[in-house]
Each structure stands twice: as structure tokens, then as C-alpha cells.
Design a protein around this ligand. Structure first.
Ligand code: M6R
Length: 364
């Protein structure tokens, strides 16, 4: 039931603080200051390579996880979309961990990829939202998200719950690999525990995002830029916008702009920039300024400090709370979801049932 919400998508966006908290409850032990996975029958410290495979939004969650696993646990990660992975005859060394991410647990290509990896001697991990699904049943290591049923075709709450589980897995892997002290783990646990409040804070800017939707709705093309884990978030923002508003949108790694896409920039192309303050901030802002210098209209998404430093001359800003890098992608998901939602409502499209799309893609 939609309750007081106009669409399932909006309801599901607003459920995120609660369902992320629910999901984290199975993975975080705040009193012990530890992150814990369900009983595992293998030794995480022996994992030499992780392969992550998924489709669509779930693939972008996997792309965020690649940054985390490599940065925090120093484990090499292969990442691919399932439809490519399953046919390109990937080479896999036995004993690796292959991780499949899926809301439905039934996506045909992802399931076929899982079976390929099984044949190739991998340990099969699955991050799924439907506990009775095929992927859940076939996994050695089941890492459930507890998002509850997701009705809107555009995935929102399942995605942030996937990120929560992957943050927990990254932390576990880092500990197993000797890359994390007990104090550092305790600190991460505190940050993870604060994630639901940070999501609420991000939701509190909904009214402002709604007001700026008419600035984006007339556009024919929109670009999203980000660096590091915010690059996949740029891809996710663009996917959300195209799915439900039918506006052509592309996500780019901010540093790739000058290798081609900057030729598209004029004052008719809004550019959404995701730039949390932190080590990559200055780099992203300088890419943003290159766009500004060519007349591009910027929407800057950042925390207070970032907005204070770089809002000069931008068309609009969206504030999000300042958070730890393991929480940031969850928090940045909220404004890109809300922006896509309000633009679609402004355009009058069918938000919950966009044309040509199915909730679960069970044919290849
Ligand atoms: O059920 P899955 O997570 O495997 O689905 C994967 C994609 O089909 C899905 O994320 C799709 O991209 C969504 N409509 C995005 O909002």
C-alpha cells in the first residue's frame, strides 16, 4: 500500500532510513564495536580475488563495492555486468569469491553468471532482497538485504540496503586481511550506526529538490559527474533519471569530461556534480569549473563545507550531511533519487511503471 505517498517510489525512498537500519542490524554489533557476517564456512582471509557481477542499479552498488574492497581491504576486484560476464569466458582462479548482487534474486543474466562462476570453482556470495529467490538458494554465502518488497520499477531502497551490506562486507574483509585495527573497526561501526540518521538528514532537503525539478524537466540531455565511489553514484543518478523521466542522461567519471563529453556542454545541458568534501573534492570542482566556463548549468550536490567552498556561479545546490566514505554513497543516493522522482512527476510520466521496463528481468 502506498499510504499517504503519491507513488510507491516516493514511499520507498522515504523508507530508506528504516530499512537500512533493519539491514544493518544483521551485520553490525554496536555494543561489541564489530561488524559480523552470517556464519561463513570459509576463511575470508584466504580470498585472493573478488569478482562482482550484477545488472543495472545492482551493478552500480557492486561498482561502489569495488572501490571499497580495493581501498579498505586491498583485495583485487573484477567487476562486470552479467550479460557480458556470462558470455566472455572470464578466467577465474579457483577459490575466489564471486559476488552476485540482485534485488529480485531472479535476474536471468545474473543467475546464469552465478552458475558459470560455480562451474569455475568460485565460492558464491549473493546479496539479495528476496530470501526465497533462486540466487539466495544457490549461494554459499547469503547476505540478505532487508529492504522489504520493492514495488517501484526504479530501484531505490534495495540499492541503499545493498550498499549497507557491502560496506559491512568490506569491513569484514579488511579485518580478515589485517588491514583494520579494532579501533578503526569500532569507528566504522559508529559511522554505520549513524547511517539511518544521515539518510533522514538527506531526505529533509526534499522540498528544495522538488522546487528545482522544473529547471531540469525541460532538458533533453543531463550529465552527472563524480569521482571515486561517486562515479558509480553519477551513473546511478543518470539511470534513475532516464528510467522514469525519459530524459537522456549520462554519468561520467569527472576526469573523463575533457576526453570528449565536454563537447556536449552548452547552457541547455544541466550538469549534476556529486562532490563530497574530502581528498577528491578539489579535483571534481576543477572539472566542474571547466564545465561552467563553457556555459554549463551546474547543480552541485555536496555537504555544507563543500557548498560553501564551491557554490559560486552554480544554478542550484543540494545539501547532504558530511559522512564517512563508507556511508557517503548511501547518502548521495537520496538526492539523485529525489531529483529523478520530482523531474518525472513534473513531466507527468508513469513513475512506478515506466514504459518498456519490467521490475524483474527474467529473460535475457
Ligand atoms: O533484481 P535485480 O537487482 O537483479 O535487477 C537488476 C536491474 O534490472 C535493476 O536494478 C534495474 O536496473 C532497475 N530498474 C534500476 O532502477
Amino acid at each position: 500500500e502506498k499510504g499517504n505517498y503519491r507513488h510507491f517510489m516516493l514511499k520507498e525512498i522515504y523508507e530508506q532510513p528504516v530499512v537500512v537500519a533493519q539491514t544493518l542490524q544483521s551485520y553490525v554489533r554496536p555494543l561489541e564495536g564489530k561488524v559480523a557476517l552470517p556464519d561463513i564456512e570459509f576463511d575470508l582471509s584466504e580470498i585472493r580475488r573478488v569478482t562482482i557481477v550484477a545488472c543495472g542499479t545492482s551493478y552500480y552498488a557492486g561498482m561502489v563495492a569495488k572501490y571499497w574492497f580495493e581501498q579498505f581491504a586491498r583485495v583485487p576486484v573484477d567487476l562486470d555486468v552479467a550479460s557480458e560476464f556470462r558470455y566472455r569466458q572470464p578466467v577465474m582462479e579457483e577459490g575466489g569469491l564471486a559476488l552476485f548482487i540482485s534485488q529480485s534474486g531472479e535476474t536471468a543474466d545474473t543467475l546464469a553468471a552465478l552458475r558459470y562462476a560455480r562451474e569455475a570453482g568460485q565460492i558464491i556470495g549473493a546479496v539479495v532482497n528476496v530470501p526465497t529467490s533462486s540466487m539466495a538458494r544457490e549461494a554459499d554465502l547469503l547476505l540478505p538485504t532487508h529492504a522489504g518488497p520493492e514495488i517501484g520499477v526504479a530501484s531505490t531502497k534495495a540499492f541503499t540496503c545493498q550498499l549497507a551490506v557491502l560496506a559491512a562486507l568490506a569491513t569484514n574483509l579488511a579485518r580478515a586481511k589485517g588491514e583494520l585495527t579494532a579501533e578503526e573497526e569500532q569507528e566504522i561501526v559508529e559511522h554505520l550506526t549513524e547511517a539511518p540518521a544521515a539518510l533522514n538528514a538527506a531526505l529533509s532537503f526534499d522540498g528544495e529538490i522538488e522546487k528545482m525539478a522544473p529547471l531540469i524537466a525541460p532538458a533533453r540531455d543531463v550529465l552527472y559527474l563524480g569521482r571515486g565511489p561517486d562515479f558509480p553514484m553519477a551513473l546511478e543518478g543518470a539511470l534513475k533519471l532516464k528510467e522514469i523521466s525519459y530524459i537522456h542522461a549520462e554519468g561520467y567519471a569527472a576526469g573523463e569530461m575533457k576526453h570528449g563529453p565536454i563537447a556536449l556542454i552548452d547552457d541547455l545541458v544541466p550538469v549534476i556534480v556529486l562532490a563530497p568534501s574530502g581528498p577528491l573534492f578539489e579535483k571534481t570542482v576543477s572539472n566542474m569549473q571547466e564545465v561552467q566556463a563553457r556555459g554549463g548549468k551546474i547543480v552541485l550536490i555536496s555537504d555544507r563545507k563543500g557548498l560553501d567552498a564551491a557554490s559560486h556561479g552554480v544554478m542550484a545546490t543540494i545539501e547532504v550531511p558530511a559522512v564517512h566514505p563508507l556511508i557517503a554513497p548511501m547518502v548521495y543516493a537520496v538526492p539523485v533519487q529525489l531529483l529523478a522522482y520530482h523531474v518525472a512527476v513534473t513531466k507527468g510520466t508513469d513513475v512506478d511503471q515506466p514504459r518498456n521496463l519490467a521490475k524483474s528481468v527474467t529473460v535475457e
